[in-house]
Design a protein around this ligand. Structure first.
Ligand code: SAM
Length: 424
């Protein structure tokens, strides 16, 4: 008698596997395609529950923070080095980042990555992981930075800055809030007026004053450019404004703010922030290389797009994907944006230029080029009393925030900031 065709039993997926698959896609996007982690997240984690999306992001971020350490461990346990783009290396990086960095039990860390190499070198991955766990390996206390970063930052800023950068990625950064109104939050410290600092990992929506819009999240370094503009009234242009921390500061300081940005999705967050805080902004979605304001403004802030290497603590992908070609491309865009912004400042008014970059091409060299082309502008030196205690401007009155700044208080992002006055 003929048997009816057998239906194969549905394959049950290893629990936790979707998050690891998404982590693998994220790492591939950053390391092979040069995308930013946040930019790759929606597509890599498509269809995942929010908790799995969060886990995929945490695994990928931990892997990127510790990549040279992970690779050194893997290489110490293989006879022939695995190619850098081999799937087995990616699977091992993900398993080890979880076991050593995120506290995932060893059996779960390996069980959830083996299916990533199905039909491939499962035995090798299992063997290398097992060898390392038997050796009871740990991450070094201070992470090792990628060679290209060590070379570049040592050349520009010296050894102390490189050491400070390595220390800075060992632990998650604190949470900084910029205050619209005074508020007490338990456990918070204040490093400058209208600022509170909370422990890393603090849950933002659960903090008092969130719904009421009493504050917004903003690293203390990122709050300095708008602080330098001082109080209104008057017209202020915030160029490259989204998601809007600096626009909110300017509106809170009494300026009539026009916020311009090219990104609709980032402007949606700016609008939400404006609604939540009740701080009014005129919002314009436009490419600043095309757009023109109707009138010149007293204050113009250009927080220009950049390589973002100054925010490596929160976005460790920049340590691996920012190459000299990207820095050059960003520096060229900044020059074009600065040239346009310069036209929109009233004589006697001010232009603040900032980038969250640790590359001099996007800071010191940018300013030097601008001043050589604009003899109607001069640096308006930043004064000590305008800055949080412990931060000092440089001789010529600009600000260069390197890794190591405010280290005893939990550190801050890397930035370049210059305030210019239009003299003619
Ligand atoms: C460093 S972020 C700005 C952060 C913002 N100032 C804040 O404090 O929240 C740079 C911004 O430049 C915007 N941008 C890049 N190219 C632009 C262009 N050609 N015109 C307008 N905005 C642009 C990006 O969309 C991004 O939001």
């Amino acid at each position: 008698m003929a048997h009816p065709p057998q239906k194969s039993a549905p394959r049950t997926e290893t629990p936790g596997l979707p998050a690891r698959r998404a982590a693998l896609r994220l790492l591939d996007a950053v390391l092979r395609r040069g995308l930013a982690l946040e930019q790759a997240l929606d597509s890599a984690a498509k269809g995942l529950a929010p908790s799995d999306r969060g886990l995929a992001h945490a695994i990928a971020a931990e892997t990127l923070r510790r990549l040279p350490d992970l690779d050194a461990l893997i290489d110490s346990a293989t006879q022939r080095p695995l190619p850098h783009d081999a799937k087995a290396r990616f699977a091992l990086r993900i398993a080890l980042a979880q076991a050593l960095g995120l506290g995932t039990p060893h059996h779960a860390a390996i069980a959830t990555v083996l299916p990533l190499v199905d039909g491939g070198p499962r035995k090798l991955v299992h063997g290398v992981f097992g060898t390392l766990m038997r050796r009871d390996v740990q991450f070094p206390e201070t992470p090792v930075l990628p060679d290209s970063i060590i070379e570049r930052w040592q050349r520009h800023w010296g050894e102390a800055a490189v050491d400070a950068a390595a220390h800075a990625i060992a632990a998650p950064p604190p949470l900084d809030l910029t205050l619209q109104r005074p508020i007490d939050i338990e456990g918070a410290t204040s490093l400058t007026p209208n600022h509170l600092r909370l422990a890393p990992g603090t849950s933002v929506p659960e903090l008092p004053g969130f719904e009421a819009g009493d504050w917004w999240v903003q690293d203390i370094a990122a709050s300095i450019p708008a602080r330098l503009i001082g109080r209104g009234p008057g017209a202020a242009l915030d160029l490259c404004a989204a998601p809007g921390g600096k626009s909110l500061q300017l509106a809170a300081a009494g300026w009539d703010v026009t916020s311009v940005d090219i990104s609709e999705s980032r402007l949606a967050r700016l609008r939400e922030n404006s609604t939540r805080t009740g701080l009014p902004l005129h919002v314009v979605a436009a490419d600043l290389l095309q757009w023109q304001p109707q009138a010149q403004a007293h204050a113009v802030l250009l927080d220009a797009p950049c390589s973002a290497t100054g925010i490596f603590r929160r976005h460790p992908d920049v340590l691996h994907r920012v190459r000299p070609s990207l820095i050059k491309e960003m520096a060229e865009l900044q020059s074009r944006l600065l040239a346009r912004a310069a036209e929109w400042v009233r004589p006697g008014g001010m232009l603040v230029f900032s980038t969250c970059s640790l590359e001099p091409e996007e800071g010191e060299a940018q300013l030097e080029g601008f001043l050589a082309r604009h003899n109607d502008y001069a640096v308006d030196p930043i004064r000590a009393e305008e800055l949080p205690a412990g931060i000092v401007s440089r001789g010529e009155g600009t600000l260069r925030l390197l890794p190591g700044a405010l280290a005893d208080a939990g550190g801050c992002d890397g930035f370049f900031i210059a305030r210019l006055k239009r003299t003619g």
